[in-house]
Design a protein around this ligand. Structure first.
Ligand code: G4P
Length: 531
């Protein structure tokens, strides 16, 4: 198969949801359809259970599992599908945000009983920022959930995206009978089945066909016709272009655990989801069709075995062909590297690969040369846009408790933050270090790993800071004055950007209104920020 065929048969996406909505279950069902696994239960949930938050090794082990299932590739009807897994635990939300930079589209799972939840909202914000095409799968229709029209309204309002149902449920809960496929105009009857792929699809080409009564009964037939009429009247006709532009989200209803509605989702996904897309850089847009290889690192995972300090860096291929053993240029450190054992991931197996194409993710063994956002090319130098750091939510000062191990601590905290475990801000003079995370769990993980992997001991001192703002101004003097006056709250991030750490929203708003010449940004990459 030639390069172009390889490129256009790929679809790389992520499944996202609030924990417990059914992400793992849906992933597994898709793999079942794709034949990548044979039985249910083969995909381990990478959920980090609450009860284990104080057991660090358990956390790391569970994260280890999530490496194996980080990327799941399977072939289905000549297409090659790459599913990028995202951690469900909210303390690892940064990991998820970064993974979203490596996908071309997203399937968002919403629990029909609970509706839109906190993580759903945050994840959708990241998708909207990047205009990622989203398909919504409303799950657990076998439960007494909310009214489907109300759910759609809630999604539109809370997630700020237009929706367009492509399937419609016939009843829900114990009376759930199936879904009508508005796209293909056929009915898929519900038959609870956790292991097998349900294939009972009854095709009705006209919703007014009297067969409908025979299949679902008079009352439900009338209700379905009424609903469909309403849908066609209220919603605009489905437009693939609007979906691809990230302006409208097609919606499917089903029950993942019962394998229901999954086939329709997958079929439509294959039809409409985007093939690998290019990426914006600081110099120019990289088209996936370009012959020269470009890839960027979006995730780094440490080896949990302390005898092997190496890590796996996950690289998304943007253009060209990646080849085993070939030299590629590491833009940030201006050095060439080649990889003797690049791996891909197939369900729970890691396989050494010879080549990879745009849309693919390869795992590269790394001894500390990579950090998130690094770019590999065939010579050209640039940085990929769209991998911003977001303001952390919790800040603590890193205190060295063993002065003899300062070097180890410095190295350890640099490497761990390169991996994206947390963000590091440094204040001069004094070299004070502030660590920012989205969850308490990371502080425990960092402290443990510094001790265990680097032999450095530290403690974290709570500080009264709540937000990081990246500063910019066209008025150099005003910016310098601000930095001088506010020096106790001014730090530098790892890329030496100037950051203002705000004690609370009230202070921040005051600074913003008192300093109209200074821009305060809530992520490190202002160009992609939403207004
Ligand atoms: P997550 O990855 O989004 O966190 O969710 P996961 O798939 O682990 O699903 C969370 C729970 O919801 C699981 O139950 C799962 O079986 C259940 N579930 C998934 N899809 C459906 C559905 O369509 N209908 C119903 N009724 N339940 C569904 P659990 O009790 O937490 O785990 P398990 O013991 O069943 O595995």
């Amino acid at each position: 198969m030639g390069f172009t065929e390889e490129l256009y048969r790929r679809k790389t996406f992520g499944i996202i949801s609030h924990p417990d909505a059914g992400k793992t279950t849906l992933t597994e069902k898709l793999l079942l359809f794709g034949g990548a696994i044979q039985t249910a239960g083969a995909v381990k949930s990478n959920k980090i259970k609450k009860s284990t938050t104080s057991d660090f090794m358990e956390i790391e082990k569970q994260r280890g599992i999530s490496v194996a299932t980080s990327v799941m590739s399977f072939e289905y009807r000549d297409k090659l599908i790459n599913i990028l897994d995202t951690p469900g635990h909210k303390d690892f939300a940064e990991d998820t945000y970064r993974t979203l930079t490596a996908v071309d589209s997203v399937i968002m799972v919403v629990d029909s009983v609970k509706g839109v939840e906190e993580q759903t909202r945050k994840l959708m914000e990241v998708c909207s920022m990047r205009k990622t095409p989203v398909i919504v799968f409303i799950n657990k229709l076998d439960r007494e959930g909310q009214d489907p029209f109300e759910l759609l309204e809630e999604i539109e309002k809370e997630l700020k995206i237009k929706t367009r149902p492509l399937s419609w449920p016939i009843n829900r809960g114990s009376a759930f009978k199936g879904v009508y496929n508005l796209h293909r105009k056929n009915i898929n009857l519900f038959k609870p089945s956790t292991q097998k792929v349900s294939d009972e699809i009854i095709t009705l080409n006209d919703i007014n066909d009297s067969e409908l009564e025979k299949i679902v009964g008079e009352r439900d037939a009338a209700k379905l016709r009424e609903d469909v009429e309403l849908i066609e009247g209220v919603f605009d006709p489905f437009s693939i272009e609007d979906y691809l532009a990230g302006d409208v989200a097609p919606v499917f209803f089903g029950s993942a655990v019962n394998n229901f509605g999954v086939q329709e989702l997958l079929d439509t996904f294959l039809e409409i989801a985007p093939t690998p897309r290019g990426r914006e850089t600081d110099k120019r847009f990289i088209e996936p069709t370009e012959q020269k290889m470009v890839g960027f690192i979006f995730k780094i995972h440490a080896n949990i075995d302390p005898k092997h300090r190496d890590r796996i860096a996950f690289m998304r291929i943007v253009s060209g062909k990646f080849e085993k053993g070939k030299y590629f240029h590491h833009c940030r450190i201006n050095k060439d590297f080649r990889f003797a054992t690049p791996v891909t991931f197939l369900a729970s197996d890691k396989n050494i690969i010879d080549e990879a194409y745009p849309g693919d993710v390869v795992g590269l063994y790394d001894t500390g040369n990579f950090k998130i956002g690094d770019v590999m090319t065939e010579g050209e130098d640039f940085q990929i846009r769209g991998i911003p750091s977001f303001s952390p939510e919790i800040f603590k000062e890193l205190i060295n408790t063993d002065p003899m191990k300062s070097k180890q601590l410095e190295k350890g905290i640099t490497q761990l933050t390169d991996e994206g475990v947390a963000q590091l801000f440094t204040q001069q003079p004094g070299n004070r270090k502030y660590v920012g995370t989205v969850g308490e769990l990371q502080f425990e993980v960092i402290q443990y790993r510094l001790q265990y992997e680097y032999g450095a001991s530290c403690r974290f001192q709570p500080i009264n800071l709540t937000k990081a703002c990246w500063l910019r101004s066209s008025n150099k003097q005003k910016l310098e004055d601000f930095i001088r006056f506010k020096h106790t709250n001014i730090v530098h991030d790892k890329d030496d950007n100037i950051v203002y750490l705000a004690p609370n929203d009230w202070f921040l708003n005051m600074e913003i209104s008192n300093n109209p010449d200074i821009e305060f940004h809530f992520n490190s990459e202002f160009k992609t920020e939403r207004a």
